[in-house]
Design a protein around this ligand. Sequence first.
Ligand code: FRU
Length: 485
Amino acid sequence: MKKWTREERYRVLKSPDEIRELHDRTVQSDYRQTYHIQSVTGLLNDPNGFVWHDGKWHLFYQWCPWGAVHGLKYWYQTVSKDLVTWENVGVCIRPDMDMDNAGAYSGSALPGKDALCLFYSGNRRDENWVRVPNTCTLKLYDNGKVVKLPWPIFGPNPNYTEHQRDPKIIYNKEMKKYFIILGAQTKDKRGCAIIYRSNELQDGWEFAGELKVPGFENFGDMWECPAIESIGDYDVFLFCPQHLSIEGRGGNIHHNGYLVGKMNWETLTFEHDNYFHFLDFGFDSYAAECANNMPTEDNAVLVAWMGLPDTSYPTDEEEWSGCLTLPRELLMRDRRLIQRPLPALAALRDGHADLSDGKLPRACEIEIFCQGDVELRFFAKADGSGGYVFRYDDEKQVASVDKSGMTQRYNQQLGEKMDRPLANPLTHLRIFIDRSSIEIFANDGDGVFSSRIFPVEGEERLVFEGQGKMEVWNLRPAIRDEFVV
Ligand code: FRU
């Protein structure tokens, strides 16, 4: 595996020509996706700036152009009219100023008066490579022009460590105020979120205080990508606590989860029912972001990075890595989040798949109405063994996934099996397979399992054991793997 020097990782991209050949090689990969957003070259991590604006969905991602490595980060832009078909637009935020010289880190977006306003973490490094986190903003005009405010809207808060990032911009209609919530770390190394407030979108920001989350004062050493969303009758506090071992999550110490409750923006307190829910029960999901400025009120759409920090993937050797999950519609049922595939996805169905040879298409949707125990093997070997296994134990009412049967194993130290107790007996499954990913939605989104999957030659069978009716559709491509930089 290539060893990267800091110079290589933090090299500035001066011209698209520097990565054209890398792109040409990347698109040859057997694991390139056909309807998921994926890195144009190099590495993709968090989704950023997810917003409805100017009749389109804008969705950006954290991008390191040079290879499957975290280095100098840019925001790469994609757009869609329907959240299903996506177009590459190109680089949007370049880390080209002193305030963001070591990367344009994660953030969010909200439409302003004359342009879309983006908020991001300017990851500055000083001459001794000490991190200085700035919160920065820019205007993205509808003609594509980007105008950065050439200074941060605020700099580092001296009462916290250098880990302060991922601004989520929120407009509070009742109070007629803007809020920014940032992930942070206290001086004694506890994860937290801090809040800023302003009457204007890109000016007048002041520190409001630390978010109080009773009972969660000691929950990991840093909270990345925090957000507060109103969904149904509740508020949901989403965040990614880091360096925290939790039973049932294998060796993984970076989590993406949420609390359900009510946010009090006057006292900056999130009252909740004291239960940390995991967003996903697959192996690869992190840094989820909900869209801002939803065109219809009371709706929410979430997308996540189908990956994890501090990991490696089989495509690293091909010098690229990372894709996003499918966007999911969120609703609240019995104080837990339900994540549903979007209805518009039905447009990708391209006829029933021919399964007479037992082979699983590499891009397909499977729907099963079932009862009782279920065992599904995806990409099993010719003799029906191995594969990525989904099981449902009816007696225990627990669904689980197990990836230990795949030939290409990766991130084994993080665990290869995950359980999800369901709220009700399993009756329905919708499964989306792209060339190197699988997303399973159990019982209308009560249990979601998102994972990367890298079948090799000879791993192509679908095995279904259980009682039920199964339909499989081929899916049309919804992205073009185009080189737009
Ligand atoms: C989460 C994260 C963010 C940061 C970004 C850098 O995966 O570490 O906290 O802004 O990625 O790419």
